[in-house]
Ligand binder design. Structure first.
Ligand SMILES: *Cc1c(COP(=O)(O)O)cnc(C)c1O
Length: 354
């Protein structure tokens, strides 16, 4: 068996094997998406997402194909002229790149890997329609803290804020109320196979979408919203993915408990990796270190050696990403991965690299 520490697609809950057979046996896979069986599944899943992930009752939940689709939906359906993107890594920057293709006036504000998002210094245009940032930057293992998000919310109360939480949603207890839109793909902290995204929108975000009434796309936000009033989707959805999501959420504890376990485990992992002479923590500022993606830096040669040797021992370690592709590697700290798997990982590092 391969131990999988890749930060997405990542380790799948082993129970998914049984859930898939159940989906088949229950006739879920060929069920029409306008029929009662699908509507019941969709309604139950939405309820579980809210309950288990601590999402306010008045937020709306939508199913998409993943985070990338959410990037596009939000730009096309909530902006006419420009969005503002605050980023320090590849995923935040990619979202900005897509935004510029649709709305050339969109603006980007980059900040440093080791600094907190500089909320007080931000000079966001007064006419921006959407502020976008990545809560957990999977590419470099940084995160935006709850306090920073609160400050951003307080400073820009009248502007919609959208958060890419792809590698933290279902792992951390996010303060959903402090932003209007949150979204994630399920192949990270949800421990599920790829091909499904979850998006949560505040009543204010939906109000704006209705006002803008952008209906030019199959995935226009108003259309998605209208269909979801009846727990349906605009087009044939990933029914298996939704079914697996329901089953996983049913069996999982509430997010508060998962959050605490991940925080404790990330602290232990950072302490562990700090002891190696030839390996550095990529993020020096503790305040902005991610709790769910650990980024480690070493010489290109050593990184190469670690990844190859690990694979030889059936351990999959995450490659570096974007600007950090060759001199870093990443370790996911996701809920589906067991403590004993991290113990094995630690034994591997102690044995070869101490
Ligand atoms: C993985 C990831 C994405 C892309 O997810 P897809 O499922 O490929 O659309 C976007 N943003 C972040 C922060 C990610 O970690």
């Amino acid at each position: 068996m391969m131990l999988n520490f890749y930060p997405g697609p990542s380790k799948i809950y082993p129970e998914v094997r049984t859930y898939m057979t159940d989906a088949y046996d229950e006739g879920m896979l060929g069920t029409p998406h306008r029929g009662e069986q699908f509507v019941q599944l969709s309604r139950a899943t939405v309820g579980l997402i809210k309950r288990k992930l601590n999402i306010p009752e008045d937020y709306y939940i939508f199913f998409t194909s993943g985070a990338t689709e959410c990037w596009e939906i939000l730009i096309q359906s909530l902006t006419k002229h420009k969005s503002s993107h605050i980023y320090n890594g590849s995923f935040g920057e990619k979202w900005f790149d897509y935004a510029k293709k649709l709305r050339p006036k969109s603006e980007g504000i980059a900040f440093d890997l080791n600094e907190a998002m500089p909320v007080e210094q931000l000079e966001i245009s007064a006419d921006t329609e959407l502020i976008c940032f990545t809560q957990n930057e999977t590419s470099n293992g940084t995160q935006v803290s709850a306090t920073t998000i609160l400050n951003l919310h307080n400073r820009y109360r009248d502007t919609l804020i959208a958060v890419d939480a792809t590698s933290s949603m279902a792992g951390l207890n996010l303060k959903i109320i402090k932003a209007d839109i949150w979204f994630a793909s399920v192949q990270k902290c949800f421990g599920l196979p790829p091909g499904l995204g979850v998006m949560a929108c505040s009543p204010r975000a939906i109000f704006r979408a209705k006002q803008m009434a952008e209906r030019g796309h199959y995935n226009s936000l108003v259309s998605i919203y209208e269909k979801m009033l009846n727990y349906q989707t605009t087009h044939t959805p990933n029914t298996l993915g939704i079914y697996l999501l329901r089953r996983v959420l049913e069996d999982r504890p509430f997010i508060k408990g998962i959050d605490q376990e991940l925080i404790d485990r990330s602290t232990a992992l950072y302490e562990f990796f700090a002891q190696f002479q030839d390996i550095q923590l990529l993020v020096e500022n503790e305040e902005v270190r991610s709790r769910t993606v650990i980024a480690l830096q070493a010489s290109e040669r050593l990184v190469d050696d670690i990844k190859k040797r690990a694979l030889h021992h059936n351990i999959r370690i995450g490659n570096g990403y974007g600007a950090w592709q060759r001199n870093t590697f990443r370790i996911a700290n996701f809920p589906a991965i067991l403590d004993e798997e991290y113990e094995e990982l630690k034994r591997f590092f102690l044995h070869y690299y101490a």
